[in-house]
Design a binder for this molecule. Structure first.
Ligand SMILES: Nc1ncnc2c1ncn2[C@@H]1O[C@H](COP(=O)(O)OP(=O)(O)O)[C@@H](O)[C@H]1O
Ligand SMILES: [Mg+2]
Length: 488
């Protein structure tokens, strides 16, 4: 595989040289250019994993806006001189994925770069996932899921607008894709957009596109998601978070199937099926004047409600199985669970629903490659559940070898489990030994810094409390803060 490629756009020659050296040292290829000739660097054949833009360049806002646009989802990191963060406008900080102070330190830079690398690979995973038969992926045998499958069959072939409701992680996007795949539009694009993740001022151009010069930063004309989805399906995720002004505009498209790009008066006709989803209770949003009633009625023609995972625990074994199959298919490890472990999982509340379950399975696979997980091997928070008598009475497994292996490591495992559990967001990348090897000491330092940061954040910077969270003496933590040059 080619080395991941970073684009560095900076007019500051000294900084460019230093950064180039650092990036190369960390295993990236770098293309360094100044702010006048970066356009040709966005090539399709040699994809980038990240773009760094230095500050102090002329028309900074315009350049950053243009770069973000060309980068099209590739993370853009803005480099600024230490202490100048207040001078950067919030529009810029919103549009980039990271603002990094310069000079920086290795422990700060490393996790950012690591994330770039993993984001690129996970995007690749997602891409390959999308080509598989997705209807298959809506797993479950509960009455609710069986009912949803039937609804999907009934409504897919019509062009009706569908509203998918359910808590976070219940599978709203899975259902939306299943709908698209079951419809006539399956060969055409499925275009998702998260209305809650895009700042209000950018959402309109994101949805409807814009003309060149429509606003500061619009250096070229650009298609919006409605145009990209032509003939296919547009998935408006987290529609409950859409600003009111945009709701009006969306209503019009739903009624008239026409819109204009920002900065244009040419009306565009569209043939797009809209599927919307939200974890919010829209009736409440309407009462609070945050959601338009007329839009609600328009969307609510065909609602599909996905119950929380705790209300359909009988789906858990099938979901676990499916999640393991997916792990194996993408070479991210494997794991097996005993009946007792499954029985415990079925009693849990799962506030994060299937997403939480998926994270757990992924962590278990990292901790127990090819191993067998029993109830006692599950993370701490699962230890309060009882294994039902009838399962305890049964011989647990078919795979006795694995059981012995697991048992002999039991103590260490539970210890690691808590550590792993702290890394909710880094699922997968944590214990992956890179091909070129790793500097273990440095890696552990980074983990340490990250956990210390999290503890400090949780405790609003109160060192004594953070120390308690980390089970260390306050003085030890103070020492570490000094060692890592962590600000308090
Ligand atoms: N019924 C299901 N069958 C298989 N996988 C599911 C199911 N429901 C959810 N998932 C998985 O759970 C995770 C969260 O699903 P997602 O659709 O993103 O939830 P939501 O959009 O409601 O937050 C995804 O990894 C998805 O593949
Ligand atoms: Mg979602």
């Amino acid at each position: 595989m080619a080395l991941p490629r970073i684009l560095l756009i900076d007019n500051n020659k000294v900084r460019t040289q230093q950064l180039e050296a650092v990036f190369q040292f960390m295993g990236y290829t770098v293309e360094a250019v100044d702010s006048t000739d970066y356009a040709s660097c966005f090539s399709v054949t040699e994809p980038l994993c990240g773009v760094f833009v230095g500050d102090g360049i002329e028309k900074q806002a315009v350049v950053v806006g243009d770069v973000v646009e060309r980068a099209n989802k590739i993370p853009v990191i803005l480099l600024i001189n230490k202490g100048t963060s207040l001078q950067v406008s919030s529009i810029i900080t919103h549009s980039v994925s990271h603002v990094l102070e310069w000079p920086t330190t290795h422990p700060v830079l490393k996790p950012i770069l690591d994330r770039l690398a993993t984001q690129t690979t996970s995007a690749a995973h997602e891409g390959s996932d999308r080509r598989s038969p997705l209807v298959e992926r809506l797993k479950g045998k509960s009455q609710a899921i069986v009912g949803i499958r039937k609804l999907i069959d009934q409504v897919a072939e019509s062009d009706a607008t569908v509203l998918i409701l359910g808590e976070s992680g219940t599978g709203k996007e899975v259902v939306a894709r299943a709908l698209h795949d079951a419809s006539f539009r399956r060969e055409r694009p499925f275009v998702p957009i998260n209305c809650g993740a895009i700042p209000g001022e950018l959402l309109e151009s994101e949805l409807f596109g814009h003309e060149k010069g429509a606003f500061t930063g619009a250096l070229s004309a650009r298609q919006g998601r409605f145009e990209m989805a032509e003939g296919g399906t547009l998935f408006l995720d987290e529609i409950g978070d859409m600003p009111l002004a945009m709701q009006v505009k969306l209503l019009r498209v739903l009624q008239e199937r026409t819109f204009e790009r920002v900065g244009s008066n040419k009306t565009i006709h569209c043939d797009v099926r809209v599927i919307a989803a939200t974890h919010r209770y829209l009736e409440n949003e309407i009462k609070a004047n945050r959601f338009r009633e007329d839009l609600f009625y328009r969307l609510n023609v065909f609602p599909i409600e996905i119950p929380a995972l705790k209300d359909r625990a009988e789906d858990i074994p099938l979901l676990v199985n499916d999640l393991i199959v997916r792990l194996e298919a993408s070479n991210r490890g494997s794991v097996r669970l005993t009946q007792a472990a499954l029985a415990v999982l079925m009693q849990h509340e799962w506030p994060g629903n299937v997403r939480e379950l998926a994270n757990l399975i992924e962590r278990l696979a990292i901790m127990n490659p090819k191993g067998l997980v029993d109830a006692a091997d599950l993370p701490e928070k699962f230890q309060r559940y009882q294994v039902p008598e009838e399962i305890l009475a049964e011989p647990t497994v078919d795979n006795t070898e694995a059981v012995t292996a697991v048992n002999s490591e039991e103590v260490d495992l539970s210890e690691h489990m808590d550590i792993i559990a702290a890394f909710d967001n880094s699922s997968g990348s944590l214990a992956q030994l890179p091909e070129q090897g790793i500097d273990l000491k440095e890696y552990l330092n980074i983990l340490e810094v990250d956990l210390i940061r999290q503890a400090l954040n949780e405790c609003n910077g109160v060192v004594a409390h953070a120390a308690k969270r980390l089970n260390m003496r306050r003085t030890t933590l103070v020492e570490k803060l000094r060692k890592y040059d962590l600000q308090r």
